[in-house]
Structures are given as structure tokens and as C-alpha cells.
Ligand binder design. Structure first.
Ligand code: HBI
Ligand code: FE
Length: 267
């Protein structure tokens, strides 16, 4: 789930030039599949009535529950049919420009490894549970699918303009920790929330965090914390509103940001 950034360097040995590797699904052990099943059972139960409809529909459509860690070859048939996205395996975090290039081409890089049984609730690098259970259901939604591609396309431009830290905050507060307003109440669409048992309850029910209406400039001015439950969530009125905002040219906003200080995380 990291949106911290990472630059330079060649791919590790065994990885292709675009940092992808084979998932090698046949080589997952029974213990590794058991970690997925345990996380899946806990999280799919928690997300009923908490995740947004697009997420829950995607989770069903991809049939991620049966036999442990999903085989990307199996997911990709349905995902490509629905929105033209594919999941590709990577060893872990990849450099920013590699990450953006995959997204711009509707490929989602997913960690190949799974966390250990003694790390169910915390890990630093995105593993296959965070990436596939957290992110991939939303990629079955046509509007969100276009949003993720637009984000990837904006990535290179942000890097060239020295504004990657601002664009990374957009990813953080939407793709990772976004909430959606619905007539039934707030719902989760961010993968960092959807893949965390503690945060999927806290994000909706705790009185501690602030929940502000999504505003692109505010989001880009607000730092985030990567080591704890979020202090602040931004709420979008619809996935379409999120896509619409992202299809504008960010150049003018980046110019404004140069003159504006960051906003504090606490009120
Ligand atoms: N690599 N595998 C992986 N997953 C990410 O979420 C990721 C990454 N590299 C860079 C990155 N995220 C972020 O720095 C950008 O979204 C800003
Ligand atoms: Fe993530």
C-alpha cells in the first residue's frame, strides 16, 4: 500500500525489464494459501455493509474466495473482460516511473509474496493480499478503472514537474484510503482500508479521524502518515466525480500549489 515513492535502479535478478516476474502460483505452500484464506474470511465478512457496491460486486465477480491465493491467470480472464485491466506479479515495491507505466497501460503490479502467519495485521511492503484483495475488486468498475489509468498517465508529468509528492497524496487519499458517500452512509473503496481489519472498522465508525469532503487542492496539500491508522479521510460524492476531477490538466493546480503551504493533519 505504500505510496512513498522509490526511484532508480535496475530490476532485481530474475525480474524482467518492467519489473514483472512469474507469479509461480504452483509454488505457493499450503501454509501460504492458509494465510490468504484466513485473511479473506475475516475481511470479506467485515466488508459486507462497509465496502461500496462497486467493490463488493468486484469481489464476487472475480471469485477470489475458493482455494487460497488466486492464480492471476484465472483472475485476468474475467478482469480483462470487464474493464481491460490485468494483474501482473512484481517482487514488491517498484520504482515510481515503472509503477506509472503499468497503470497507464491498465496493468496493476501486485506483490507476488504473501505475509507470514505472524504478520496478519501489519506489513510494510504491499503483498498479494493487500494488492489483490484490496485493489483488484475496484478495477472491475469501469469508472474506477479509467481513474487508475488516468492516475498512471498523470504520474510521468508530475515527476517531470517536480510534483510527485502532491500526486502521491491523491493516490493515498483515494486509491488507498478513500471513502465514498452513498445514500446508505459512508462506504469504503480504498484498498488500504479494505485490506485491514482494524481500519475497515475505524475508518467508518471511530469518532477519532476527521472526514472531509474531497477537494483536489486540499488533498494535494495534505501530508499523510504511513505507520498508523489515518487521522484524516477524504470523502468523494461518487466515483464519477473522482474521475472527472482527474481528467483535467493538473498543470494549473501544480502552479497554485507552489505558493500554498501544506495543510496540517490535525484540525
Ligand atoms: N510499487 N508495487 C508497488 N505498489 C505501489 O503501490 C507502488 C509502487 N511503487 C511506487 C508507488 N506505489 C507510489 O510511489 C506511487 O503511487 C506514488
Ligand atoms: Fe496499495
Amino acid at each position: 500500500m505504500s505510496a512513498d515513492g522509490m526511484t532508480g535502479g535496475p530490476p532485481p535478478s530474475g525480474a524482467r525489464a518492467d519489473w514483472t516476474i512469474d507469479q509461480a502460483w504452483d509454488r505457493y505452500t499450503a501454509d501460504e494459501h492458509a494465510v490468504w484464506v484466513k485473511l479473506y474470511e475475516r475481511q470479506s465478512r467485515l466488508l459486507q455493509g462497509r465496502a461500496c457496491d462497486a467493490y463488493l460486486r468486484g469481489l464476487d465477480a472475480l471469485d477470489l474466495h475458493d482455494a487460497g491465493i488466486p492464480d492471476f491467470r484465472r483472475i485476468n480472464g474475467e478482469l480483462a473482460r470487464l474493464t481491460g485491466w490485468r494483474v501482473v506479479a512484481v517482487p514488491g515495491l517498484v520504482p515510481d516511473e515503472v509503477f506509472f507505466d503499468h497503470l497507464a497501460n491498465r496493468r496493476f503490479p501486485a506483490g507476488q509474496f504473501i505475509r507470514r502467519a505472524d504478520q496478519l495485521d501489519y506489513l510494510q511492503e504491499p503483498d498479494v493480499f493487500h494488492d489483490v484483495f484490496g485493489h483488484v475488486p475496484m478495477l472491475t468498475d469501469p469508472t474506477f478503472a479509467d481513474y487508475m489509468q488516468a492516475y498512471g498517465e498523470g504520474g510521468r508529468r508530475a515527476m517531470a514537474l517536480g510534483r510527485l509528492h502532491n500526486l502521491a497524496r491523491l493516490y493515498w487519499y483515494t486509491v488507498e484510503f478513500g471513502l465514498l458517500a452513498t445514500p446508505e452512509g459512508l462506504r469504503i473503496y480504498g484498498a488500504g482500508i479494505a485490506s485491514s481489519a482494524a481500519e475497515s472498522i475505524y475508518a467508518l465508525e471511530s469518532p477519532a479521524p476527521r472526514r472531509l469532503p474531497f477537494d483536489l487542492t486540499d488533498v494535494m496539500r495534505t501530508p499523510y502518515r504511513i505507520d498508523d491508522l489515518q487521522a484524516l479521510y477524504f470523502v468523494v460524492p461518487s466515483l464519477q466525480a473522482l474521475l472527472d476531477v482527474t481528467l483535467q490538466d493538473f498543470g494549473a493546480i501544480y502552479d497554485q500549489l507552489a505558493a500554498l503551504p501544506d495543510l496540517p493533519l490535525d484540525a
